[in-house]
Design a protein around this ligand. Structure first.
Ligand code: FES
Length: 90
């Protein structure tokens, strides 16, 4: 079982190892408007534990570039957590 700490909500959320972080939908304040990497509503900064996330796909990299994302930012609907703890802020 992996865990995600949402700074904005000040809470930990359990997610399955290997899950997409769209699993945080309805469990956090993060809005997943499209779920497909096109709207940018789920753009957030990985504060700690980035090594526990799969690297961005070429698609996510392209969309991050389109949104002018800063280093450390990810589109959570596209992110897969491998295991362990990750801290995220939006
Ligand atoms: S929910 Fe739209 S980009 Fe992630």
């Amino acid at each position: 079982m992996a865990r995600v700490y949402i700074v904005n909500d000040d809470k930990w959320i359990d997610v399955a190892d290997g899950a997409k972080l769209i699993a945080l939908q309805d469990k956090s304040s993060i809005l997943f408007a499209c779920g497909e990497g096109v709207c940018g509503s789920c753009l957030a900064t990985v504060k700690e534990g980035g090594e526990n996330l799969e690297d961005p796909t070429d698609y996510e990299k392209q969309m991050l570039q389109n949104f002018g994302a800063k280093p450390g930012q990810r589109l959570l609907c596209q992110v897969i957590i491998k295991k362990g703890d990750v801290k995220i802020e939006q």
